[in-house]
Design a protein around this ligand. Sequence first.
Ligand code: NAP
Length: 254
Amino acid sequence: MLTSMTGKSVVVTGASKGIGRGIAQVFASKGARVLVVSRNAEEGASCAAELGNGASSFAADVTNWDDMERMSRSAADRHGGIDVLCANAGIFPQIGIEDMSVGQWDEVLATNLKGTFLSVKACLPYLKRSQSGRIVITSSITGPITGFPGWAHYGASKAGQLGFLRTVAIELAKYRITVNAVMPGNIATEGLGDLGEDYERGMAASIPLKRLGRVVDVGYAALFLASEEAGYITGQTIVVDGGQILPESLEALA
Ligand code: NAP
């Protein structure tokens, strides 16, 4: 049983749907006051209303510095500071390298990598004031460990997040802020659903646990990394993938 999250102020970017929503649900169920961040105001507000426990929402784009500054100020004003940032917002449009435009590359890097930097930078003044500041980044197995056609830009952004966190973990250690990442495999989300049933079926068959992950599976890993008990862990990652990266070949799954 982990120390309670009661009274902690937790910011989750990309929390209106998918993995972010799962992370938000887990933290709210453990007593945290969650700020749900997404571009779509209506979806964010309805997610916050469902979460209850003092959750509120803020419409903001993680690629925009002014938005991130306003978002962090609002989290601190409404929830009495910021103890935990879950930098989760991300996009994963699929396009082969031969057809990928410069604009498509820039959009993915701006959301997934620059968005992580801007979220961290904006929340930092408040995390420093917390006695146990925590940053949990949602990376992926795709990029840092595996590859998949159509995701050269995405994989680069997700591997980039890990390079970012290893240096930031050292820099923020003096404030007792830890910086870690969850690395999901294939998790059943709205975004993943857009890739189609064939994709989901093929992925489930390649996973030793024989199912896609649930959003709360990632949420519980994030909760652990944000807990008091994980206070001596920084600059590290937890893979949440049902064993997907383990098989050397299809025979290994027989
Ligand atoms: P999703 O279902 O598409 O949800 C994405 C969330 O991010 C939504 O709340 C969306 O809300 C928000 N978002 C997107 N762009 C944003 C922006 N510029 N500013 C603010 N919010 C933004 O995606 P998901 O599958 O849950 O993925 C979430 C994270 O997990 C991503 O970082 C992704 O790389 C990572 N991941 C997912 C999987 C998986 O299998 N699903 C696996 C590995 C890693 P708005 O559109 O309203 O802004």
